[in-house]
Write a protein that binds this ligand. Sequence first.
Ligand code: SAM
Ligand code: SF4
Ligand code: F3S
Length: 441
Amino acid sequence: MSRTYHITTFGCQMNSADSEIMEGILAARGWRRAEAEDAADVILYNTCVVREHAEDRALARLGQLKALKAARPGLVIGVTGCMAQKDAEALREKLPHIDLILGTRAIARLSPLLDRVIATGVPQSCVETLDEAYPIEIIPVRQRPLKALVNIILGCNKQCSYCIVPFTRGREQSLPSDQIVAECKRCAADGAREITLVGQNVNSFRAPGEATASFGNLLRRVGEAAPDSWIRYITSHPRDCNAAHIRAVAETPNVCENFHLPVQAGSDRILARMKRLYTREAYIDLVGRIRDAIPTASITTDLIVGFPGETEDEFEETLDLLRRVRFDAAYMYLYSPRPGTPAAAEYKDHVPLAERKRRLAKLIELQEGIGLENARGLIGQTMDVLIEDVAPRTGGDVLARTRTDRMVILPGTPEQVGRFARVTIQDANAHTLFGVPVRES
Ligand code: SAM
Ligand code: SF4
Ligand code: F3S
């Protein structure tokens, strides 16, 4: 029987890619997507637990579904993703209206387990598969065929002391290069003009059977396989960003020159406590090497403030790092203790919440100023963009993105969505550039 489904996705690019795989499984059964949750026969929540806030949001929404389930007993409610993996037992106890719990590497079992729930009405779960291989034969249903996500590596072996991800995503496992290349070719043939290779640590990619990391080789192969698409990747780790990676970006014309390299903190003592495996100077040196090789590259980052024991001086070192590196953009977070992580267990010297918030506000203020200055430095320059959408607020404009991952608003029409264009930048604020198309002679 054909049914309808609705998937809500929280969290990072891994979850977005997984939701597309789950949608692929359901679409292959002939099921249809419901536009609204309350019109769906099956409701799936693909959850995130990286910070407490993400967890709370998902829990609140799942709690609210109890009433819907009471009104429609045939409704099937499933939880997938990182909360399902980490808290299956607690979820079963606290939210008995959930019918299905699928761990992060169990999504290929969606179909048979759903069948069992529907046939028996008995809740099902599968979270024992954490270090297992991933399905490879499922064709994802992409949310935006123009901008495709392609998984290249699962899990994370880094074990940063604050981070829950290794517990929810399991050991690192690179997918076969041939499979990745074939998938990228298929995306391009389906109209993708941008392909983003995703993983928690994409640049520790190591083709099965190869002894050394070979992310650079993969970038070159993918670039060649999809020559008319831009290639991006997220997230790369500073520790694994080697010369071969930088060279591959420099030498592969369609690989975009944006380096998102989460630094997290600017103090060596805090970096060591975080177990980030690099020092402040090593990071600054890396940025220098990238800029020497690719002067137009943008460098973006993630930062955590108020890690346990962070002193005012150590926080100042983070501010100082920002001034030295001059990031183009940064995601900035309050440290959120995650039960089960080494940092939550070992470090009791917590920075009070009010102080963490004060530091975050200061950090954001500094970064906004730097981001704005960098953006204004682009005024007058001409660059390539991919037109992604019509602009929501201003009629007659389109939204585009530069290779360096900056958003540009320019005059344009809906038919231009999906095309590349050359634009001259005329104005800028911290997060958006404003341009006009260049008339090619
Ligand atoms: N794997 C990527 C890396 O290490 O560069 C990032 C993965 S994580 C999903 C995204 C970001 O969330 C991290 O870079 C970090 O800044 C932030 N994050 C992770 N755990 C956190 C925590 N316990 N509290 C606050 N922010 C956290
Ligand atoms: Fe978490 Fe660190 Fe792995 Fe990133 S590298 S996912 S921050 S453990
Ligand atoms: Fe969240 Fe899991 Fe991604 S915890 S950030 S969805 S890996």
